[in-house]
Design a protein around this ligand. Structure first.
Ligand code: MN
Length: 205
């Protein structure tokens, strides 16, 4: 049985940018529902013995297991998203990640513009990600619905949830303002730096 991982901060810790009101739905209702649905779907199946990562890998691109994949990947994606934000976040990365961003995007500002464009142009529900690809270069990708870069041979470093439930209560239809706020005040570069460092020794499947 999977359980809802604890939020890494208090529910009001991201205010005034993302309110406790949003998190009370997004974490307590949406994320919890993915966990509950996943547990119900895998009960008494072989999947019940597997880790969350293994369930995601085994059900990705399997039409017979769409519901299990969607709920498992959404459990994973949301846990990763909470870590992608922090109170008093924003700013810029440091060290090796900063160097790699300059190398692969030209500048930090170019990274920011590309990330924002990905978040804005994801049509409908989905996610925008900074990932490390198999050839060890950084890339920005967007995914639809529950799709997760770990099933596409990429290592995620940071993500923004662009499903409307992530921002509608605080920003209504203004996804651009939500994305700007995420980049300016919430993004957790220490988390991305740590993922980048770990990825140097991770073999991508
Ligand atoms: Mn969400």
């Amino acid at each position: 049985m999977f359980t809802l991982p604890p939020l890494p901060y208090a529910k009001n810790a991201l205010e005034p940018h993302i309110t406790a009101h949003t998190l009370s739905f997004h974490y307590d209702k949406h994320h919890q529902t993915y966990v509950t649905n996943l547990n119900n779907l895998i009960a008494n199946t072989d999947f019940a013995e597997l880790s969350l990562d293994d369930i995601i890998q085994k059900t990705a691109q399997s039409p017979a297991h769409t519901s299990i994949f969607n709920n498992a990947a959404q459990v994973w994606n949301h846990t990763f998203y909470w870590e992608s934000m922090t109170p008093n976040g924003g700013g810029a990365p440091t060290g090796a990640l900063n160097d790699a961003i300059t190398r692969d995007f030209g500048s930090f500002e170019a990274f920011r513009d590309t990330f924002k464009q990905a978040a804005l142009t994801q049509f409908g529900s989905g996610w925008a990600w900074l990932v490390l690809t198999q050839d060890k270069t950084l890339k920005i990708v967007k995914t639809s619905n529950a799709e997760c870069p770990t099933t596409l041979s990429m290592i995620p470093l940071i993500t923004i949830d662009v499903w409307e439930h992530a921002y509608y209560l605080d920003f209504q239809n203004r996804r651009a303002d939500y994305t700007d706020t995420f980049l300016a005040a919430l993004i957790n570069w220490r988390f991305a730096e740590s993922n980048f460092e770990k990825a140097q020794t991770t073999k991508v499947a």
